[in-house]
Design a protein around this ligand. Structure first.
Ligand code: GAR
Length: 209
């Protein structure tokens, strides 16, 4: 049975959607632990309610990113992670960390990458006047919000949207695609070829909501 370790910084709703889907669909998977970079991350409560080890690696206790990431690596390896799922983990990871987990480290970003990497994606999508926005699950490589795309979900931008209404629509889409992408990984269906992810057998890697 494969083991997943999830890294969060806040609410943890994506983590929750993955765990609930796994329970509903009875995936043969072990949620080996959730790690947050501070104690106030709400998602830790859900982990505890499910009996999933909830671990805090306080980033403020580390003078450098390298030292924080080394502590993270130690915890994740001790938990025996086959897959590391970044779910709203708001720390920039060092190249050393990314290399250590290369090919088994995935992230969700609230935009249709490569559009709008970084922060405040919903505000920026509205400012840019795009008609579609969405979310992306991707393997993590060394650039911020870069890496081979596993799947995307697009949602319309509607008249009268503000960052909150648009963000809620995107978040609902995230909750659909992140469990799906994780399951594809667990089923061994993903292969990285250059900057692309091949899914076999093939299936739509973009859903329009
Ligand atoms: C999600 O919208 C996720 O896409 C975003 O943080 C939110 C976390 O929500 N991640 C990033 O912006 C990473 N660049 P959650 O804690 O409820 O899952």
């Amino acid at each position: 049975m494969l083991s997943i370790v999830t890294l969060i910084s806040g609410r943890g709703s994506n983590f929750e959607s993955i765990v609930k889907t796994a329970q509903k669909e009875q995936w043969p998977v072990k949620f080996a632990g959730v790690i947050a970079n501070h104690a106030a991350a709400k998602g830790l409560d859900f982990a505890r309610s499910q009996g999933i080890p909830a671990i805090i690696v306080e980033h403020r206790e580390h003078a450098t990113r390298e030292s924080f990431d080394a502590a993270l690596i130690e915890q994740i390896d001790a938990l025996g992670a086959d897959l590391v799922v970044l779910a709203g983990f708001m720390r920039i990871l060092t190249p050393g960390f990314i290399r250590h987990f290369q090919g088994r480290l995935i992230n969700i970003h609230p935009a249709l990458l490569p559009a709008f990497p970084g922060l405040h994606t919903h505000e920026r999508a509205l400012e840019a006047g795009v008609a579609e926005h969405g979310a992306t699950v991707h393997f993590v490589t060394e650039g911020v919000d870069e890496g081979p795309i596993i799947c995307q979900a697009s949602v319309p931008v509607l008249a009268g949207d503000d960052a909150e209404t648009l963000g809620a629509r995107v978040l609902a889409a995230e909750h659909q695609i992140y469990p799906r992408a994780v399951k594809w990984y667990l089923d061994g269906r993903l292969q990285i070829e250059g900057n692309q992810v091949k899914l076999s057998p093939p299936e739509a890697q973009l859903i329009k909501l």
